[in-house]
Design a protein around this ligand. Structure first.
Ligand code: SF4
Length: 448
């Protein structure tokens, strides 16, 4: 049985999808579901290959003759249109389809409307229709118009002993790369100038789905941070990476920062420097190697800003181990640092460790830690006095603009205040000559 959906009058801008439905009534119902969802989302259907922007072939794989008919139908759609998504029973045998027709855009199995819709979104994004859509294409955002958080995954596969996030949010689930890039593109089109990439474990992006290939702008893109970063870099906005677990693969991102594809900024929690404490935390355990890597990153990208977080007073932390952490800080010369006194969270594995550090001692260590870091931060900011920096303006207060450079993430880092900034507006970029510095912030004037 072969049916081709009838076209109906649609707005000229609606993308058109041709649909070939093969097989039994169960497959027919799957086709109806897919078409219903596509129509609900504003896609049009077409009964002519030449008129369609893309063709979906819902296949049958029941007997050899049905397989042959399906393979033939895919071949016909490819010859007549060229852009084909395959679904249905034969789609469950992806190799059979891909061996016969390697140029198909995507292959999904039976009863998987979501996967078909994802493949359609990846290859034929639906334009926003202001007369039909109730929300803008970038969604509802609580951040200022010029920056937005871009969540790329949920959950975490690590088991850091101080953390209960994996038990609350589950293991890593990466969003399809096409969806993420499309969301980012919509945000930039809506006026966003800075994308803040977040997740529980940003560098693990795609591990859970074996770096599956998705599609964006009609081309294949691997679900992996490197490829995602390169795609985001094409959008012309600042791209800032947060919560990057210190995997070896992070090294590959540094050249992207050096060439301007990503902001030269890495938010990478190291948590401690003592090998024994890191092992108790179930974190990567080699301060020496971290120092070596930091030196290599800075050699490859001298503009790099490093932000990190640490925990002091972890169960069993000795004075010598804390001193080791201070020594690491002096050597690492990190730009931005947050420090937490360890606090036991109900359900965390670390609660079972012995050697609880008394509260006053935890606080004392935190204060000592911050005193060391404040000197480092202040010196690193003072070294910027006299330089000209590009900044993104967050707000204007009479004649003073509050802005941020590539070294400043919103809310957690410092700011650059600019005097004589009447002509600037929030969301605009400016060049600033740095004239002053403090422990956290810079101040300056507009460059000539
Ligand atoms: S601290 Fe971060 S990496 Fe470790 S388990 Fe929690 S969410 Fe995962």
């Amino acid at each position: 049985m072969k049916q081709v959906a009838r076209a109906r009058a649609k707005p000229a801008v609606a993308p058109k999808i041709g649909f070939v439905s093969l097989g039994c009534p169960k497959a027919l119902v799957d086709s109806e579901r897919i078409l219903t969802q596509l129509r609900a989302e504003g896609y049009a259907t077409s009964n002519a290959y030449a008129d369609a922007d893309l063709v979906i072939v819902n296949t049958c794989g029941f007997i050899d003759a049905a397989v042959e008919e399906s393979i033939g139908a895919i071949g016909e759609a490819l010859a007549e249109n060229g852009r084909v998504i395959v679904t249905g029973c034969l789609g469950a045998q992806g190799d059979v389809v891909r061996n016969a027709h390697p140029q198909v855009l995507a292959v999904t199995g039976p009863h998987d409307t979501d996967a078909v819709l994802r493949a359609v979104h990846d290859n034929l994004p639906r334009p926003h229709d202001p007369y039909v859509d109730l929300v803008p294409p970038q969604g509802i955002k609580l951040t200022p118009k010029h920056y937005a958080y871009l969540k790329i995954a949920e959950g975490c596969d690590h088991r850091c002993t101080f953390c209960i996030i994996p038990s609350m949010r589950g293991g890593l689930v990466s969003r399809p790369v096409g969806d993420v890039l499309q969301e980012a593109e919509n945000l930039v089109k809506a006026g966003v100038r800075e994308l803040l990439v977040i997740s529980q474990d940003t560098s693990a992006y795609g591990v859970d789905i074996k770096y599956r290939t998705g599609f964006w702008r009609g081309r294949p893109v691997k679900t992996r941070l490197f490829e995602l970063a390169r795609g985001l870099g094409e959008l012309g906005a600042w791209v800032r990476l947060h919560y990057v677990y210190p995997y070896p693969s992070v090294d590959d991102l540094i050249p992207l920062m050096a060439e301007g594809c990503l902001l030269p900024y890495l938010d990478i929690p190291f948590q401690h420097a003592s090998r024994r404490i890191l092992q108790l935390m179930k974190r990567p355990a080699s301060a020496e190697r971290v120092l070596h890597r930091i030196a290599a990153w800075r050699a490859a990208c001298p503009e790099l800003t490093l932000r990190s977080t640490f925990i002091v007073g972890f169960p069993g932390e000795t004075e010598a181990e804390f001193e080791e952490l201070l020594q690491f800080l002096e050597e690492a010369q990190l730009d931005r640092v947050g420090c937490f006194a360890y606090s036991p969270v109900e359900g965390a594995a670390a609660n079972l460790l012995t050697g609880c550090v008394p509260e006053p001692l935890k606080e004392e260590r935190r204060a000592r830690f911050m005193a060391v870091q404040q000197k480092i931060s202040a010196a690193r900011l003072a070294a910027k006095v006299g330089r000209t920096l590009v900044v993104l303006v967050d707000s204007i207060d009479s004649n003073i603009a509050i802005a941020r450079s590539s070294a400043d993430a919103p809310d957690i880092d410092g700011v650059v205040t600019i005097r004589g900034a009447k002509r600037l507006r929030a969301g605009s970029f400016a060049e600033v000559v740095v004239e002053g510095s403090s422990e956290h912030d810079l101040s300056g004037r507009l460059a000539a």
